[in-house]
Design a protein around this ligand. Sequence first.
Ligand code: FAD
Ligand code: HEM
Length: 401
Amino acid sequence: MLTSKTIDIIKSTVPVLEVHGQAITTTFYEMLFKNHPDLLNIFNHVNQRQGKQPQALANAVYAAALHIDNLEAILPVVKQISEKHRALNIQPEHYPIVGETLLAAMKQVLGDAATPEILNAWAEAYGIIADAFIGVEADMYDAVENISGGWLGFHKFVVDLKVKESDVITSFYLKPQDGKAIATYLPGQYITVRVKPDGEEYTHIRHYSLSTAAGAPSYRITVKKEAAATDKPAGIVSTYLHDSLNEGDIIEVSAPAGTFTLDQSQDIPVVLLSGGVGITPMVSMLETILKEQPNRYVTFIHAAIHGGVHALKEHVEQLDATHSHMKSYLCYELPRENDISHKTGYIDLAWLQQIVSPEADFYFCGPEAFMRAVNHALQELGVPAERIHYEFFGPASSLEA
Ligand code: FAD
Ligand code: HEM
């Protein structure tokens, strides 16, 4: 237990640390990778460079510190982060490394302002926060080891089938190399792949949403190739998957994870909105509803640039044609000559008002600008926050800012 004096020190220093938050976590990562280069096999190098991960870590530590005397209050956030940690196979012995490095970074950035009293208080607080994460993650490791078909860490899977879904998106059907059954999952969850492309010094880990309902003998992921452009290099893992991973090849996978899942405890209408490759968790949710909640009305709205980059189009059209409780809509930003869609341009409030009721449950996923626009439109529609659910295809963030 922390003393009330220590709690006071923690709470009074959070605002100071927030001001220097980015500097502290950036210094933290420089120190971490200098002293523990093996961790570069786990962390996403691009997220580090773009500052997204340092920001996410800083926000999480300060949110936890503010609730240090009642960590229960932030349990949903801890669970969401811990799902990613579990998918990455983060272990209890990693926590002291992160704690010591964080304190060293605070000391370096804050200089004399970081008195021994403040540093001691933070060391104690970090210990409590770390224990909370380690406890939640221990339960997750237990659960994944004990469910039928579950496994710990990364297992070898074979690419059973590779299917081109559009000019830029390809699906991979993955089966365990040992021939065993696979663990089931909830619609909206992801699996995590670990690869080491030729010429790369480190392994690279990425999450991919499962793009079908559970129940098949293989997992399907559907991946957009992040091609190189004048201002950016090619995406490491998606390019490797598209260009180098073929049927019969092996890839390492960790068990399904994630808290962005369909609430099937109720029967109210559901609206699934996606932009680009954000369609993947939505198709898993759609198939699950049609299979398991056949009386639940579902509206499927997808936005793509044009038909050439639109994945799983025929599949969704076929589901729409054969299910009376489903209706799908399409929005193309820049349609090609032969593209037929319901709307040209972007999804907007006026259009949504015509096709959905605010009384539904809303789930969405896509590029950040798409998610901000959809979130804003749903708020304007009067949809309460508890019926708005979304997933970032990167470090989790807030759409409120
Ligand atoms: P990275 O190498 O990680 O690069 C990311 C982007 O940054 C690329 O566009 C790259 O061009 C750009 N970049 C790299 N370096 C620079 C630089 N120096 N300057 C400017 N730009 C740069 N993706 C899917 O396709 N399908 C899914 O179903 C899916 N599901 C996901 C689910 C979750 C929960 C999460 C978190 C992510 C999901 N993603 C999905 C995204 C996926 O995990 C990867 O982030 C994506 O494939 C890109 O990885 P990459 O290694 O190819 O690119
Ligand atoms: C991701 C917080 C400890 C490794 C994250 C994220 C947060 C976070 C907020 C982003 C989640 C997201 O992507 O949505 C914390 C906190 C910790 C902690 C508060 C301590 C109490 C650790 C430890 C390790 C670790 C001990 C292992 C060395 C990672 C990795 C990612 C991650 C590899 C994914 C980052 C990426 O690749 O982009 N963590 N973390 N974390 N964490 Fe932690």
